[in-house]
Design a protein around this ligand. Structure first.
Ligand code: PEP
Ligand code: MG
Length: 757
């Protein structure tokens, strides 16, 4: 028996000669079946190609020549049709014993017992089958099957170049990728969307299979491995991966694969057999896929998914096809699919065409989700292994309300979806009518309903929603979407534009909160080390106070931009009162400088702190006299209060915002500040959910800053609430918490006709 390398190499050398000859496509196919038959010592070798939706016998050695272009099988029919239908290899000692065997008398194949066939794949679809048959009833050796698979890759290139097969509408799609499918994930941003599936990292198309220069191919793979390992080692600190829990496990697996000698050796062997670097990587991946398919183990399936990811990464490096779908531009309404995304990566997409996002991971308060929410883009998370279920270009209906994705939906489903879409639009119109309605509660308390923003493009939402102002402007978003540190002039322009757009309404600028899951490639640690816990690490004010150049520039930009107006500034992640003082001192320094320069100064400056770190609550009475306002960032606060990483998908549903622990904590903060008359706002995602907003009103909170889409719904809620009534009820529940506060509050709201979905 031949060694794997030698047999594949021999076949490839002969095929190379055939391919390079000047013969026509049909003549080449005729020669190819001879080459394969001889090398695999098979009496029969046949090639079937997809034409007009049928698998047609194009060339054969050993079967009746009269059957060529006569024998035709539907996808799914007979052994050949089964191979194409499932995009799967078959290796049978006794062909006739297989349940799908279909006898075709014109071929004269009855005397052959053994049968092996592999699909010819093009762009993940089977476009043909190459099969060998033998008189002796024996299963083909693994090396022979592998050689056949290599041949199939070469054939795929040949037939595509010769345009021998159907166009892109070919039917050779595996059965599990044709019919409708329904996938259930976790709702991260509500809403409905329809569009075609677009993978953030597109699959690489392999154009050349047979190598001209093996040594050069070896070198290419060698360099690509180096680069990939470097990337993996760096990844821990990248936004793409975030930190903690599942991410780390994935990263560990990535490392394990990236440094796996076996993997690189097998790729090198495939190159030795005469393949290009790309074809060799794909070839090895095919083999692994085949082996894994035989093992039914969910844990292994997960690892396989990681290896697929990595293999695709290696392919992208080696082929230089590095761009994401964003760099290629979206062609129509699209639903983006990614394992995970950084907020900056999401912002690279065309906002008009990006209709929805599916993340294989993702959690409710990760920044990419916050950005998507602000953009009004529904997101579903925690849907694993999508490559095996969805193909690029598949029609998708994303139901962010139910956390469901319908893949390749039936027309009736599309209709029903459209109807819901229309109802949603009606509802939106209803909320839009709330724009000019002032949010007074039934008993006459004016609630301030502001919105969160982060980009210049967000400001029109002020007019559309009728929000009372911007209660949280995340200034770091400008840093995230920029390739380099934004200059002072650029910052000044942005802040001025935003204030101008807001007119009389206040805009609360939060100084940069970078670090955590908001990583800037151009602003790294002094020591370059990745942090184990970036959310609790060198971030927000901690970075700003250490790199005070950063804060100084921002202070100057904000002070100048606010010339002649009231400036609202707040500092994120204040942990101890001195940090607030230190940050304010930076502003004071810049103010003095501007005064000396005789620049137009702000009319008034209001300084506030964000309460995100529980420790601050303990010293709040000390800080309160220096504060103009306090804003509670419940996203970070809950992660620290519960010691539960907000970016860890495994914890995404574990703790409830309506838990007595959080509500009691918030009430304590409200009570501490009451004697000082300090304004208290909640600006975390919590306030944008109606039931949670109701709970906050019950705690005595009268100021909310929420995602723009929630402004209408929350205003509607406010007008149905009697503040005194909910405060009394909440006080009772917090003294003696019911078993399920969420359920109790829902019931309470339902009894009063207060809609809280
Ligand atoms: C928060 O932590 O609640 C908050 C509003 O800030 P961010 O989500 O940007 O961390
Ligand atoms: Mg925060």
């Amino acid at each position: 028996m031949l060694s794997a390398v030698k047999s594949a190499r021999q076949i490839l050398t002969s095929l190379h000669e055939v391919m390079a000859s000047r013969a026509g496509a049909q003549a080449k196919l005729n020669q190819i079946v001879e080459v394969i038959g001889e090398n695999l010592d098979s009496e029969v070798c046949s090639i079937y190609l997809l034409r007009e939706g049928m698998l047609e016998l194009f060339a054969t050695r050993g079967l009746n020549q009269a059957a060529v272009h006569v024998t035709r099988l539907a996808v799914g029919e007979g052994l050949v049709g089964t191979i194409a239908g499932n995009v799967e290899t078959l290796n049978l000692a006794e062909a006739a014993a297989h349940p799908d065997f279909a006898f075709r008398p014109e071929t004269g194949e009855e005397k052959f017992h053994s049968f092996a066939g592999v699909p010819i794949v093009r762009r993940e679809r089977a476009v043909g089958v190459v099969a060998v048959q033998h008189v002796e009833p024996r299963r083909y050796e693994e090396v022979e099957i592998e050689a056949l698979q290599t041949v199939a890759m070469v054939l795929s290139e040949l037939i595509a170049n010769a345009e021998l097969i159907d166009g892109d509408e070919v039917l050779g799609v595996p059965a599990h990728l044709t019919g409708p499918d329904r996938l259930k994930g976790l709702t991260l941003v509500k809403g409905l969307a329809s569009g075609v599936a677009v993978f953030h990292q597109p699959r690489v198309t392999i154009e050349h299979v047979v190598a001209e220069d093996t040594e050069a191919e070896r070198q290419r793979v060698y360099l690509a491995f180096d680069k990939m390992r470097e990337q993996i080692d760096r990844m821990a600190s990248q936004a793409e991966f975030g930190v903690g829990g599942e991410h780390e496990e994935v990263l560990e697996t990535y490392r394990m694969f990236a440094y796996d000698e076996g993997w690189s050796r097998r790729i090198n062997e495939a190159i030795d057999s005469g393949l290009t670097a790309e074809a060799a990587i794909e070839r090895v991946q095919q083999r692994t896929r085949m082996r894994m398919r035989q093992i039914d183990d969910p844990l292994l399936a997960d690892r396989m998914h990681d290896l697929e990811d990595l293999s695709n990464r290696l392919l992208r490096i080696v082929s230089g096809q590095l761009g994401t779908a964003a760099s290629m531009g979206l062609k129509g309404d699209a639903i983006l699919i990614a394992r995970n995304l950084g907020p900056a990566e999401l912002l690279e997409y065309d906002r008009r065409r990006l209709k929805g996002v599916i993340l294989e991971e993702g959690s409710l308060t990760s920044h990419v989700v916050i950005v998507a929410r602000a953009m009004g883009i529904p997101v579903i998370g925690r849907l694993r292994a999508l490559r095996g279920k969805v193909r690029e270009g598949d029609q998708l209906l994303l139901d962010g309300d139910q956390g469901v994705v319908d893949v390749r939906p039936a027309p009736s489903l599309v209709e029903a979806f459209e109807a819901r879409f229309a109802r949603n639009r009606e509802r939106q119109a209803q909320y839009a009518k709330m724009r000019d309605v002032e949010p007074f509660t039934r008993d006459g308390t004016r609630i301030s309903v502001m919105m969160n923003a982060g980009l210049r493009d967000d400001t029109p939402m002020l007019g559309l929603t009728g929000a009372d102002g911007i209660g949280l402007f995340r200034t770091e978003f400008q840093f995230l979407v920029s390739a380099t540190l934004p200059s002072r002039e650029r910052q000044t322009r942005l802040y001025r534009d935003v204030m101008e757009a807001a007119g009389d309404r206040p805009v609360v600028f939060r100084t940069v909160d970078i670090g955590g899951d908001k990583v800037l490639p151009y602003l790294r640690h002094n020591d370059g080390e990745a942090e184990e816990n970036p959310a609790m690490g060198w971030r927000a004010l901690r970075v700003a106070l250490e790199r005070d150049g950063l804060l100084k520039v921002q202070a100057r930009a904000l002070l100048e931009a606010a010339g002649g107006r009231t400036l609202h500034v707040m500092f994120p992640m204040v942990t101890e009162p001195w940090e607030f003082d230190a940050a304010k001192a930076v502003f004071d320094g810049q103010l003095a400088f501007l005064r000396k320069q005789k620049k137009l100064l702000p009319e008034a400056i209001r300084y506030g702190a964000m309460l995100e770190v529980p420790a601050l609550a303990e010293t709040l009475d000390l800080l309160a006299p220096r504060l103009s306002f306090l804003s509670i960032g419940t996203n970070d606060l809950t992660q620290f209060l519960f010691a539960a990483d907000r970016a860890n998908p495994k914890l995404a549903e574990r703790y409830d915002w309506l838990s007595p622990a959080i509500l009691r904590f918030l009430r304590r903060v409200v009570n501490t500040l009451a004697p000082f008359g300090t304004d208290v706002t909640v600006c975390g995602e919590m306030g944008g959910r109606r039931l949670e907003a109701l709970a906050l009103l019950g705690l005595g909170i009268t100021r909310l800053s929420i995602t723009p889409a929630a402004v209408g719904p929350v205003k509607e809620l406010v007008r149905k609430v009697d503040v005194n009534e909910i405060r009394t009820a909440m006080s009772g529940w917090l003294s003696e918490p019911p078993e399920d506060l969420r359920a109790t509050l829902s019931e309470w709201a339902a009894e009063r006709g207060i809609e809280c979905d």
